[in-house]
Design a protein. Structure first.
Ligand code: PEP
Length: 257
């Protein structure tokens, strides 16, 4: 992992309303402080629903909490007649640092294509947001094409949206591991994350590849996080289900202790 600060990102999906979000983030910060977490050695980020972002921003800035936040999606457009969409400009105005792009649930339930995902990456960069670009194969893809072919192809297209010099985070999330309780092995995660880093090197150069954090996601919990983080090309985790359980998530963040 070297100079890449590990990132533990909690994707809440469609859970916790704005009041619940405040209670959760406050308790998370207390729990991590009580445990004397070295906030310089790991970055913590939460991804609440859009309607919670203002509340989380207010809490984080008022109490100066060492917790980053971002959105679960954004529009490829900046403004205009796009009913129901949320612009990167709005997210930037709320001090969001990150935005998740191309989560498998967006691809599956909302028909998001690799081309749309590339357009969303460009939109994130236009507004100074760091996109967390999600890629991953289904069980069927794995059987047909092997472990890295599909995520590598997805990432190649997504990177077409990158604005040169802007930061990205990549998340390898095998669809068969998401919410299934069946995490990839750390060796499987390493194999694909290494292949993804090679794609970043090929498209954006070696320096960008060395600086880019690549996360693993899919049934991460306190019991398996340390194994993933020991791998040289795994720089953190995108956590779904376990990010809603306060003590479990705090334990994942404290994977070193
Ligand atoms: C996710 O959806 O990003 C995810 C990793 O979910 P889970 O941790 O619940 O498998």
């Amino acid at each position: 992992t070297g100079a890449r600060t590990p990132l533990i990102a909690g994707n809440w999906k469609m859970n916790l309303d704005h009041l619940q979000s405040i209670a959760f983030v406050q308790k998370l910060a207390w729990s991590l402080r009580d445990a004397n977490l070295d906030f310089g050695s790991v970055e913590v980020a939460v991804f609440p629903p859009f309607t919670d972002l203002r509340s989380v921003q207010t809490l984080v800035s008022a109490d100066d909490l060492p917790i980053a936040f971002g959105a679960q999606d954004l529009s490829a457009h900046d403004s205009g007649a796009y009913t129901g969409e949320i612009s990167g400009a709005f997210l930037a105005a709320l001090d969001a640092r990150y935005v998740i792009i191309g989560h498998s649930e967006r691809r599956q339930y909302h028909g998001e294509t690799d081309e749309l995902i590339a357009a969303k990456v460009a939109a994130a960069h236009r507004h100074g947001l760091v996109p967390i670009i999600c890629v991953g194969e289904t069980a069927e893809d794995l059987e047909t094409h092997g472990p890295s072919a599909v995520p590598v192809a997805q990432l190649r297209i997504a990177l077409e949206g990158v604005v040169a010099g802007s930061e990205i985070v990549v998340a390898y999330e095998p669809v068969w591991a998401i919410g299934s309780g069946q995490a990839a092995t750390s060796a499987q995660a390493q194999q694909v994350c290494e292949a993804l880093r090679a794609v970043v090197a090929e498209v954006l150069g070696d320096e960008a590849a060395a600086a880019t954090r690549i996360l693993y996601g899919g049934s991460v919990k306190a019991a398996n996080i340390a194994g993933f983080l020991k791998e040289p090309d795994v720089d953190g985790a995108l956590v779904g289900g376990a990010s809603l359980q306060l003590e479990e998530f705090a334990s994942i963040v404290r994977f070193k202790s």
